[in-house]
Design a protein around this ligand. Structure first.
Ligand SMILES: [Zn+2]
Ligand SMILES: [Zn+2]
Length: 279
C-alpha cells in the first residue's frame, strides 16, 4: 500500500468516525475502502502529472473533499439503517428488533434521527446541533440518554461492589467495573488525555475529601488509603494511564501499605546521652 493510500484511508476513517462513530463503522467500512482505493488511484495518477499541486488546497484540499465524500456516503447509507440502542449493531431499516440481541429497535432510521425537529433540515450524522438553527438533534439526545442509562447501570454496580469508595461523578463515557483475583477496577474514557488527567486529579481530591490519605512507609498522593474498622481500603491512581492515555483505570483493593497504615519513622537509638554529662 502506498503512502498516498494509507493517508487516504486515514482520511476516510476520520470522515466516517466523525460522521457516525464506531457503531456504523463496520457496516460502511467496506464501501469506504472501495472509495479510498478509487480515490487513491485517481490521486496517484493526478500527482504523476502534477495536477494535485496545482489544485487549490493541494493534497489537503483533496483530503477534505474525500472526507466530505465519505460523510455524504454515510448519510446516504444511514437512510436505510437503524442502530440497536443496546448492542450498537447496525441493522437495515425494515428490522423491528435487533438481529443480534433482540432489543426493540428505534422507529427512526439513523438519517431521520439527524433531521432537525425544529426546522426540518437533514443534518450530517455525528452533528450534535442543527447547522441551520442550532437545535439539539434527536440523534444527540438519544446518545446522551443512552450514555446516562449506561452510567446509571454502572453506578448501581458501584454501590454493590465499591461501597467504601466515593463514586465517580466526573463524566467520561463507556464506564465499566471489572473484577479479577480480589482486585476491582473502574475504567472510563475521555475525548482526550487532558480531560482524562484532570478527571483523575479531581477523583484524588474526592478521595481526600472522603478521608483517604497517603499512608505507610512510602506515602504518595497517587495511592491513597482509608481505614474503616479493621479494614484498610486502597485506591491506586498511580498506574491509571497504563491502559491508555484517554482511558484512566482506578484500581481498588484491600490491604495495608508497606510498613503499616500508621507507619512512624523510628528515630536512631542514641549512642550518646547529652544529659549524662551533667549528672
Ligand atoms: Zn442489539
Ligand atoms: Zn434546525
Amino acid at each position: 500500500m502506498s503512502f498516498l493510500e494509507r493517508a487516504i484511508k486515514r482520511g476516510i476513517s476520520r470522515g466516517v468516525s466523525q460522521a457516525v462513530g464506531n457503531a456504523v463503522r463496520t457496516a460502511v467500512e467496506p464501501k469506504a475502502t472501495e472509495l479510498a482505493n478509487k480515490t487513491a488511484a485517481r490521486l496517484d495518477s493526478a500527482s504523476n502529472n502534477q495536477t494535485v499541486q496545482s489544485t487549490p488546497g493541494g493534497f489537503e484540499g483533496a483530503m477534505a473533499n474525500l472526507e466530505r465524500a465519505a460523510q455524504g456516503y454515510v448519510t446516504e447509507v444511514s437512510k436505510n439503517m437503524k442502530i440497536c440502542p443496546s448492542c450498537e449493531t447496525a441493522a437495515t431499516a425494515d428490522n423491528k428488533f435487533c438481529p443480534r440481541c433482540g432489543t426493540r429497535l428505534p422507529d427512526q432510521t439513523l438519517a431521520e434521527s439527524a433531521v432537525c425537529t425544529s426546522c426540518g433540515k437533514q443534518n450530517d450524522l455525528g452533528m450534535k446541533f442543527c447547522s441551520a438553527c442550532g437545535t439539539k438533534l434527536p440523534y444527540a439526545i438519544a446518545e446522551e440518554q443512552r450514555a446516562a442509562a449506561q452510567f446509571a447501570g454502572v453506578m448501581a454496580e458501584w454501590d454493590a461492589k465499591l461501597p467504601a469508595y466515593p463514586k465517580w461523578n466526573l463524566g467520561g463515557s463507556d464506564p465499566c467495573i471489572e473484577q479479577d483475583d480480589g482486585y476491582l477496577w473502574f475504567c472510563v474514557t475521555f475525548p482526550n488525555n487532558y480531560l482524562a488527567q484532570k478527571a483523575v486529579e479531581d477523583y484524588r481530591a474526592l478521595l481526600r475529601a472522603e478521608g483517604f490519605r497517603p499512608a505507610g512507609q512510602y506515602p504518595s498522593e497517587e495511592i491513597l488509603f482509608k481505614k474503616i474498622g479493621d479494614v484498610c481500603y486502597r485506591a491506586d491512581t498511580e498506574h491509571c494511564f497504563e491502559g491508555g492515555a484517554e482511558s484512566p483505570t482506578i484500581y481498588f483493593s484491600v490491604g495495608e501499605p508497606v510498613g503499616g497504615f500508621d507507619y512512624v519513622k523510628t528515630e536512631p537509638t542514641q549512642a550518646f546521652n547529652f544529659k549524662s554529662l551533667f549528672r
